[in-house]
Each structure stands twice: as structure tokens, then as C-alpha cells.
Write a protein that binds this ligand. Structure first.
Ligand code: 5GP
Ligand code: ZN
Length: 134
């Protein structure tokens, strides 16, 4: 069930400002709604952040908008403000954890490794991070 949710693009997003901003068929929308458990590390009016289930670094947090959009570009078009909120949340979490450095990245499209089609910012830190990424 969850595997199929993760591998399929979500339904077309609802526009920001409408009541139905979340998609009941989307894994991350269901985490936001509390229907699927997650280890929540930060929550505010626009953003929810939780630990990645398959962490790639000691800190690997997913920061997601409380708005169902497929990727970062669509989010930026609909709400530059919420896009900025994701980066603010990343900085807040990095500061709380006193990370000496961190990486914040959006994967967009399957070829870039995107597997959940609800925009999310990966916050990675707590170890040396190679560049260029794989
Ligand atoms: P993407 O590959 O789309 O950039 O990132 C999706 C991330 O979601 C992956 O790093 C994956 O480990 C994580 N993920 C997938 N399913 C779940 C889940 O059910 N719970 C949590 N906390 N993370 C998940
Ligand atoms: Zn969603």
C-alpha cells in the first residue's frame, strides 16, 4: 500500500488558499494529517518536518509544505513565501542541532531521484558531505 503511494505521482494539486490543500492519496499529505506516523521534528502553520525513514546522514529531515504540490518549482510558483519557509525551517533545525554544515536539496523528477511527488526539502548533515553528489 505505502510502496504504491510512494512510487506514483500524486493527483493534480489543489491551489493554495482553497480548503482542500491536501491530497488523501499522497503519502506526505497523510503524514501531515497524522494518518501515517512519522517522527515529527518541527511543525508550524506552513511546514511540517520529520525524520526520513531511510536516513542518508545522521541528520536527514524532510521538510514539507502543508500544501500538496508536486515539486519545488510548482511550490515556488504558487507560494514563494512557503518556499522560503522550508529553507527557514532547515536553518532552524540545523541551528538547533548545531550542525557545522548542512545540505538542503530538492529532487525534482524521477531521474533526479524523486520518489514522493509532494514537494519536500531534504536537510542532510552530521557528516562530511561529498561534492558533486552522486
Ligand atoms: P525523494 O526520493 O522523493 O527525493 O525523497 C523521498 C524520501 O522520503 C526518501 O528519502 C524516503 O526515504 C522518504 N520516505 C519514503 N517513505 C517514507 C515514509 O513513509 N516515512 C518517512 N518518514 N520517510 C519516507
Ligand atoms: Zn501531498
Amino acid at each position: 500500500m505505502l510502496e504504491s503511494l510512494q512510487s506514483q505521482p500524486c493527483q493534480p494539486y489543489s491551489r493554495y488558499g482553497e480548503d482542500v490543500a491536501l491530497d488523501s492519496a499522497c503519502l506526505f499529505c497523510r503524514i501531515i494529517l497524522g494518518e501515517i506516523p512519522a517522527d515529527i521534528v518541527l511543525r508550524n502553520d506552513n511546514v511540517v518536518a520529520f525524520n526520513d525513514i531511510n536516513p542518508q546522514a545522521p541528520t536527514h529531515v524532510l521538510i514539507v509544505p502543508r500544501l500538496h504540490v508536486e515539486n519545488a518549482g510548482e511550490l515556488a510558483q504558487i507560494s514563494p513565501s512557503i518556499t522560503a519557509d522550508l529553507f527557514s525551517a532547515a536553518a532552524e533545525i540545523a541551528a538547533q542541532r548545531a550542525l557545522s554544515g548542512h545540505r538542503a536539496v530538492f529532487n525534482t523528477g524521477a531521474d533526479a531521484g524523486q520518489s514522493v511527488f509532494h514537494a519536500h526539502l531534504h536537510l542532510l548533515g552530521g557528516r562530511a558531505l561529498a561534492w558533486p553528489p552522486g
